[in-house]
Every structure is written in C-alpha cells, then in structure tokens.
Design a protein around this ligand. Structure first.
Ligand code: NZQ
Ligand code: ZN
Length: 384
C-alpha cells in the first residue's frame, strides 16, 4: 500500500428532513450567499426549505450557475460577494453549483487573476466556508475539495483542488433527488461509477480493503442505478445511490492506491469543445480506454470481471473483453450513450480534441503517465 494522509472535514447530514440540522452549523455572524443553478430548486421545493432555514440570517442570492459552470458567470458571483461583504456560501444544487461555489470562495479574496487558480494552479491562502445542499448525486463535490470550471472564451475546462474549499457540511436528503430528469439520474450513476474505476482499475498494490470498498460501491451502483430509473420515488433506492456517489469521491477509496483519471481528462475536452454532459464523455472514453490499456490494467480488469460482474467462464482475455462489454452495457442501460457518433461527432473532431489535450498539457495521462496524444487518439478512434 502507498503512504497517505486522510482527513475528510465535511460533516454529512444524511436523510429525509435533515436540512433542519444545517441552521446550527452556520456561523453566528453569517452573511450568506445562496448560490444555485437554473431554477430546478424553485420547482421542487428545495429553495423553499433553504429560505426557511435562512430565516433571520442575512443573505443574498445568486442564481443561474449553469451545468459545467463558467468562469464568466461565476465572476459575477465573486463581484457580489466582494460588494456585500459575504462570508459564507450556501451552495444548493448539483456538482456544477457546488464546484462553482468553491471557485467563488477561493476567488473572492484572491489578489491575482482568478482564472490562474485553475489554469496555472495559483495558490490562494484563504477561502470562504461553504455549506452544500446536494440535489444530484454524482460528482462527490459535496464532500471533496475539487472544482471544475469552464472558461467559455478559451474553451478550456480546468480543475483545481484544495482543502480550503471543501464544504464544512453537506445536506444529503434523498427526497431532493426525486425530481431529477431520468437523464440526470443516469448521468449521476455513470459519473460515480467512473470515479470508482479511476481509483480502482489501475494495478494491484496489495490494498484489499480499498479494493473491497471500491467493488462494493460499483456493485451497489449496478444494482440500485437501474431501480432509480424504474422507480424514481423509491426512497431507499435514492438513498443508496446518493450515499454511493458521495463515497465514490470523498477521498476514502483512493487512499494508498494508484489513481488513473485519464478518462476524466480526455472527457473534459469533449465537454469544453462540444458541450457534452460530463457523464456522457466518460461513457464514451472509458470502454475504449480499458481496451487500449488492457495490458497495464490486466490484473485489475480480471478482478473487475470476476468480482464485480461475476464473470467466471473463459480465458483471461475473454474475461477482460466481457468486463469491458459489461461496463459499456451498464452505461447504455443507464441511458447514457457510449459512442462519439451517438453525439454526431466524427473523425475530424478527434483532431480538435487532441489539439486541446496538447494545449492543456494533457500529454502523459493515467497511472503510468503513458497515455500520450497517440494513445488518446487511439482511444477516441475506437469510440467512433
Ligand atoms: O441548474 P438546475 O436548474 O439546478 O438544474 C440542474 C442541471 O440542469 C439539474 N438538477 C440538479 N438537481 C436537480 C436537477 N433537476 C431536477 N431536480 C433536481 N433535484 O441537473 C442538471 C445538471 O446539474 P449539474 O450540477 O451540472 O450536474 P452534476 O452534478 O453532474 O455536475 C457536473 C459538473 O461537476 C463536475 C463536472 O465536470 C461538471 O462540470 N465534476 C466535479 C467533480 C468534483 N467536484 O469532484 C468531479 C466530477 O468528475 C466532475 O468533473
Ligand atoms: Zn466525474
């Protein structure tokens, strides 16, 4: 096992009605920014619950954070924070709103060019505290320090991470997810699944506990994900999906093991250039990446096939092929298409993707840093 430090500072307030608990977690002198997305929270009652929570608290609102949040929009929220002396951000929504809150929290007191926090990894020394109310289980953003923001002007989607921006609390009420469109349910399950894969499907380092955690989350997503599509109002199903997505990327399962993240990095270019949903990009990239990396990932691909998908018959290569196929079938079963052509993308678009990977320095990806531009092209070509 590799060395690691582990701390997760986010207090999880899990379950029906748990938003009531959040009030006592707000700072006494709180001047809150209520940050949200395109308005789903006004249609499903979550906004009303949050406004009730904020009774007697000084707050301002900023709505309109878009999916794949943009620098351009978030900078308007930064201006509001600075103008009103806000000292706490309440992020209500999915990964985009929570990621957006993290950027606003870091940029608000930053002296330099805020985009450099993402583009150049510029260090910041303080950030506003954040509380999250999660409405879409997918990214794990509610209990990690990561944020992904898109610069519309330059078509770049970049990430930064810091403990300073990790939410201090996160309300996870499964009832808040009942109103999700089926497409977002599928997206969320696929994203969480791929988060686990990025931390599991590398090479063995004798870390059986991390492997079992990862396999447990994958199996739960495979079991519960389709039920969330079939019976959207089933509380227990929603609860199990929600907790799985949080556990998939709250830091725990990736400690002491190698990590990949190439699927995500290649996927980010698909969103930056062509506007695909985050999970759609992962569903396109992961199966061919598994295929191209089958030798370096051999042991873990076998383990995935045998333990997660219960494949026992066949040669090693047949088990690996079946595991890749089972992964792709699961994404399709969740309603997320897995081919570039499903999104009207063709071979000529691959050139643009490769150029963007190069521009962003994404030329040595994966747990062995061996996915160069040629391999990325091979992966994308197989995805056509
Ligand atoms: O904007 P509103 O109106 O709220 O609607 C949203 C949005 O249109 C809607 N939605 C959310 N909760 C809902 C709901 N609609 C009805 N009922 C509800 N309860 O769903 C749409 C998508 O929301 P979004 O927040 O964009 O989705 P998601 O949670 O999948 O977040 C995606 C973003 O997170 C980043 C992605 O790159 C992408 O920008 N990621 C963040 C990560 C992290 N912080 O660790 C890791 C991930 O790998 C990912 O990169
Ligand atoms: Zn993701």
């Amino acid at each position: 096992m590799l060395n690691f430090n582990f701390k997760n500072q986010t207090e999880i307030l899990f379950g029906k009605g748990q938003i009531k608990e959040a009030k006592s977690r707000l700072p006494k002198d709180a001047k809150v920014l209520l940050l949200y997305g395109g308005g789903s929270i006004k249609r499903n009652g979550v906004y009303d619950d949050v406004v009730k929570l904020l009774e007697g608290v000084s707050y301002h609102e900023f709505g309109g954070v878009e999916p794949n949040p943009t620098l351009e929009t978030l900078m308007q929220a930064v201006e509001l924070v600075r103008a009103k002396g806000i000292n706490f951000i309440m992020a209500v929504g999915g990964g985009s709103v929570i990621d957006g809150a993290k950027f606003v929290a870091a940029a608000a007191h930053f002296d330099g060019e805020p985009w450099h926090i993402l583009a150049k990894g510029a260090a910041f020394t303080s950030a506003l505290p954040i509380g999250a109310v999660l409405t879409l289980p997918a990214t794990g953003s509610e209990s990690n320090g990561n944020s992904v923001v898109t610069n519309k002007a330059t078509a770049q989607k970049r990430a930064f991470g810091s403990d300073l921006v990790q939410p201090v609390f996160a309300v996870l009420d499964p009832v808040y997810t009942y109103s999700l469109p089926l497409k977002q349910v599928g997206n969320g399950v696929v994203d969480a699944f791929v988060h686990v894969i990025e931390q599991y499907l590398t090479y063995p380092v004798n870390a059986p506990l991390q492997d079992r955690f990862a396999e447990g989350i994958l199996q739960t997503l495979i079991g519960e994900g389709p039920k969330a599509l079939a019976t959207p109002q089933d509380y227990d199903v929603r609860a199990n999906v929600m907790w799985s997505a949080t556990m998939a990327l709250n830091g725990l399962i990736g400690k002491g093991v190698p990590q990949d993240w190439a699927t995500h990095m290649i996927g980010h270019e698909l969103t930056a250039l062509f506007g695909l949903d985050h999970a759609q990009t992962l569903a396109i990239v992961l199966p061919p990446l598994m295929y191209v990396q089958r030798e370096t990932k051999r042991q873990k691909l076998l383990q995935l096939g045998q333990r997660v998908f219960d494949i026992s018959n066949g040669t090693e290569d047949e088990i690996i092929d079946k595991a890749i196929k089972a992964t792709q079938d699961f994404f399709e079963h969740m309603g997320v298409k897995t081919r570039l052509s499903d999104y009207n993308l063709a071979a000529t678009d691959i050139d643009k993707l490769i150029a963007n990977l190069e521009r962003n320095g994404m030329t040595a990806l994966g747990e062995h840093a061996d996915i160069d531009l040629a391999k990325a092209r091979q992966i994308l070509t197989l995805a056509l």
